[in-house]
Design a protein around this ligand. Structure first.
Ligand code: ZN
Length: 275
């Protein structure tokens, strides 16, 4: 099942996306509300079907928290010139940075001159997790989505920690849908990629992760509770702009596309905040 969120009369509407159409679920709320209520979308009735305008899709989740993982791909650690971490490197990205799959990435040039892309596999938690072992962790996943962990590299390196650089408004495009975990046979065998103005920048597989999804969830849930609707973003593969020679940074007018085979793709235009 592929679930998305549309703005409709009276608020956000949860829809199943299939064959270019959107079927609204008979539920008064969005996916985050549904997960919090513990309702199975497969068992929820549909009411009405319409043609889907992909540009109308909103971010499919409003996570209570975004747990992000740094340096979690072998080839990305190598290109960054650092040793592979011996334990998952966790940082926070504020949920207020989330925008939809075709929203603009709005850059405040007073804050950063060095904006970069990071395609990542997003994991949507379906059931509360506290100290769940890796062998049981994937049972708690509702589904998977695409996330661009947009990063202000100058702020990231200057601050000593990363939360500001990762949390600027609009720096977290998510979507276009959440694909149910039952449709992803192996989260460690997904191709993920980035292109900027059509030029491929990242093209890798989640098989290159240092810590896999189950291990990350187990580690996180050993340290803090994961709630339904929380979003785990699992690190980016090789090919970010900051390590290119010469470095590449996103400029106003650029269109950055990030995608994962079997899930979908985001397409976000970069604009500078006026003034
Ligand atoms: Zn990242």
């Amino acid at each position: 099942m592929r679930l998305g969120v549309l703005d409709g009369d009276g608020g956000r509407r949860l829809v199943e996306v299939r064959d270019g159409s959107a079927r609204e679920l008979d539920f008064d709320g969005d996916l985050t509300d549904l997960l919090a209520a513990g309702i199975d979308p497969a068992a929820t009735a549909r009411r009405g079907e319409r043609r889907l305008d992909p540009a109308a899709l909103q971010a499919p989740v409003r996570p209570g928290k975004i747990v992000a993982i740094g340096l979690n791909y072998h080839q990305h650690a190598a290109e960054s010139g650092v040793e592979a971490p011996t334990a998952p490197l966790i940082f926070a990205k504020f949920p207020s940075s989330v925008v939809g799959p075709t929203a603009d990435i709005v850059v405040d040039r007073r804050l950063t001159q060095s904006v970069d892309w990071e395609v990542e596999l997003g994991v949507v938690v379906g059931r509360r997790m506290r100290d769940v072992p890796a062998e049981r962790a994937l049972e708690h996943v509702f589904g998977y989505t695409v996330v661009n962990d947009v990063s202000a590299r100058d702020a990231q390196s200057g601050d000593g920690q990363w939360v500001r650089a990762k949390s600027m408004d609009t720096f977290c495009p998510v979507g276009p849908v959440v694909v149910g975990a039952d449709e992803i046979a192996d989260p460690q065998a997904l191709r993920l990629w980035t292109s900027v103005n059509g030029e491929v920048m990242q093209d890798a597989s989640t098989s290159d992760m240092i810590f896999g999804v189950a291990e990350l969830l187990a580690y996180c849930s050993r340290n803090f509770t994961l709630e339904p609707g929380d979003l785990l973003i699992t690190g980016t593969p090789w090919g970010v702009g900051v390590v290119r020679r010469p470095p590449v940074t996103l400029q106003a007018g650029d269109v950055v596309e990030t995608g994962i085979d079997g899930i979908g793709a985001l397409a976000n235009r970069v604009v500078d905040l006026p003034g």
